[in-house]
Ligand binder design. Structure first.
Ligand code: GLU
Length: 629
């Protein structure tokens, strides 16, 4: 048999070809992927750069739905080489929450959605806070009055209330009867100049349909030249553009700003879809070309209920501060809410999303399944663990903080034995990043790393280790063979105590000779195939035993990594403790089993059992006898 050429206890460049191949597959997982980027003009993407905006009102915090809206606008701008703007729509001063604006900045930046123009960064079309643009809205309202597209309405609140009550009682939709529409320009100017309170209304004789990027031709064509004549009196929607306090309504401010800020694409929630025809009517009244609108579907829970505070449409600080979700995972999760792609995997960094985003957005409600968020959290944790960098450092820091809360200093000190907590937790996170949800859960899963008195359940051989065919319950691999292998693994000196060495030692340990004959399948005539089957059974049992010995059978990092992280002293102590605990079981079985794999810890000759590769000590690395072949 040609044996692979190994040089143990060296770095990876000396390991066997197969191991090297495996290693390069593993490390490729963290290298940049090739993504299908598609062509502009496809998936609703414009050919030129898009200017988009996120226009939150500081009446609440950023939540999952608004994060998605911000993200889609951000991605559309980035994908097309355009700009992403942030505009604060604070026209409703009464509902403004103190501090909400600052939190919005903080949350967007946490998610990585840095705006190109907006508050704090400025830009050519500022100011970017609507409360600082009142004069602009007033002058635009005046402009519409002068062109006959809008008019002043001096009706008192009492009159409008009475009108509303009257229509309500008659079961008619609310509307305005255009009483003030007939007031002449001169009278209107005069009354306004005298200080009589008024609002400005848009003269809306019907709303146009519009072409939505997601929903296609849409709009209710409200009024439509019909609804304004009913059998009691004439009624028009004529929405208010400027309130009696001189402040604009959302509709006027939104349209004026999108136009003057040169916004090309408006991506927003479907809750605004009903207002869009009115906005298009306003654009028409000004003689402006409207931007393109794309309305993104509502987020619903698994029961089809709109996400609300009760079912997790909570502000993102909950995901960040309470759940410990990382920005990459939350952003990736938000991106998948309604957007469909043709990539092989759903796991994307923000940078990757910038390259592949398009407007293939699904119509209809989007079901939010939070299992996916945890899947993405684990996937990104793995990426960060493989890449290192600031995100991984944060994982380490948060996990250290959590460990300090979960265990006393004395307990941690007894485990660390002079090592720093970060240096202990870093390889643990690297080795088990695939299960990183949040620090506390991660530590609970790996709690066997934080104790010096491991509580093990009684040892049970792996299910497949039971000697079923003989009808006896004696294990297929005798405990003495497992003890011998464990003792041999303990021989590795401190200087070479690392996962690579252990992995190599375990894999090159030939345990076939210690395995009962019943393990080899009946149809295996060839000795080599039988030996391989037995060796496989041995390895399976050995891994099972080592997991029990080293971590009480708990899931977690692989055995070689576990040994490295625990360190030599603690690993050897645990293996020895496990041996003692299973000594009595060993003596019970010793009469019914074959001679265990013979192995002498001083590197002497293995012998005895048939099939044991008695001269093969390559698994011992530099400890192997020098005359080894
Ligand atoms: N200020 C609106 C909001 O709070 C913005 C709507 C829009 O994007 O046009 O959602």
């Amino acid at each position: 048999m040609t044996r692979p050429r190994y040089r143990l206890f060296r770095r990876l460049s000396w390991i066997c070809v197969q191991c090297r191949a495996n290693h390069s597959v593993a490390s490729n997982n963290s290298s940049p992927r090739v993504l299908r980027t598609g062509k502009k003009g496809k998936g609703g993407l414009p050919d030129g750069p898009a200017r988009t905006r996120f226009a939150p009102s500081p009446t609440g915090y950023l939540h999952l739905g608004s994060l998605r809206t911000a993200l889609f606008n951000y991605l559309l701008a980035k994908r097309t080489g355009g700009q992403f703007l942030l505009r604060i729509e604070d026209t409703d001063q009464k509902r403004t929450i103190p501090g909400a604006e600052e939190r919005l900045y903080e949350d967007l930046q946490w998610a990585g959605l840095q705006w190109d123009e907006g508050p704090n960064v400025g830009g050519p079309y500022g100011p970017y806070r609507q409360s600082e643009r009142t004069a602009l809205y007033r002058s635009h309202a005046e402009q519409l009055i002068s062109t006959g597209h809008a008019y002043r309405c001096f009706c008192s609140a009492e009159r409008l209330d009475a009108l509303a009550r009257h229509r309500n009682q008659a079961g008619l939709p609310i509307g305005y009867d255009r009483k003030c529409f007939d007031i002449t320009q001169e009278e209107s100017e005069e009354r306004a100049a005298k200080g009589e309170p008024y609002v400005v209304r848009l003269k809306a004789d019907g709303y146009p349909l519009f072409d939505d990027l997601v929903y296609g031709k849409t709009g209710q064509n409200r009024n439509g030249g019909k609804k304004h004549l009913d059998f009691i009196d004439r009624v028009y929607e004529d929405p208010i553009l400027l309130k009696s306090d001189g402040h604009p309504t959302y509709h006027l401010a939104n349209v004026v700003d999108d136009h003057t800020m040169k916004i090309t694409h408006v991506i927003r929630g479907t809750e605004w879809m009903a207002s869009t025809p009115m906005h298009v009517a306003l654009y028409n009244a000004f003689g402006w070309t409207p931007p393109q609108f794309g309305h993104v579907p509502l987020l619903v829970d698994k029961n089809g209920q709109k996400l609300s505070k009760r079912n997790a449409d909570i502000d993102i600080s909950f995901f960040r501060d309470v759940e410990g979700i990382m920005p990459a995972a939350l952003v990736n999760f938000a991106a998948l809410l309604g957007w469909s792609h043709t990539q092989k995997s759903d796991v994307f960094s923000l940078e990757e999303l910038k390259d592949i985003f398009d407007l293939k957005i699904t119509k209809g409600n989007t079901i939010v399944a939070f299992e996916k968020l945890w899947f993405l959290q684990k996937a990104h944790a793995q990426r960060f663990a493989a890449q290192g960098g600031a995100e991984f450092e944060q994982m380490v820091n948060r996990t250290c903080e959590a460990a300090e809360k979960m265990w006393s200093k004395e307990q941690l000190d007894s485990v660390l034995q002079g090592r720093t907590l970060a240096s202990y937790i870093t390889p643990l996170l690297r080795a088990d990043a695939k299960s990183y949800t949040k620090p506390e859960e991660f530590l609970t899963r790996n709690q066997t790393f934080f104790t010096t008195s491991l509580q093990r359940p009684p040892y049970e051989p792996a299910a497949s280790g039971k000697n079923a065919s003989s009808g006896s319950s004696s294990p297929v691999v005798p405990l003495s063979a497992l003890h011998t292998a464990a003792a041999a693994l303990s021989l590795v000196p401190e200087s070479h105590w690392n996962a690579e060495t252990h992995r190599f030692n375990i894999s090159s340990y030939d345990g076939a000779g210690a395995v009962a004959d019943s393990v080899s399948p009946a149809d295996v005539s060839d000795d080599e195939a039988a030996r391989i089957a037995k060796d496989k059974a041995f390895k399976k049992e050995l891994y099972h035993y080592l997991r029990w010995a080293l971590s009480a059978g708990a899931p977690g990092p692989g055995i070689p990594e576990t040994m490295e992280i625990l360190g030599r002293a603690e690993s050897v102590r645990r293996l020895e403790e496990a041996r003692k605990l299973t000594m009595s079981a060993e003596s019970q079985h010793s009469s019914s089993v074959k001679t265990p794999l013979a192995f002498s810890l001083n590197g002497g000759k293995a012998g005895g059992s048939k099939g044991a590769n008695d001269a093969d000590h390559s698994w011992m690395g530099s400890l192997a006898p020098k005359n080894n072949k």
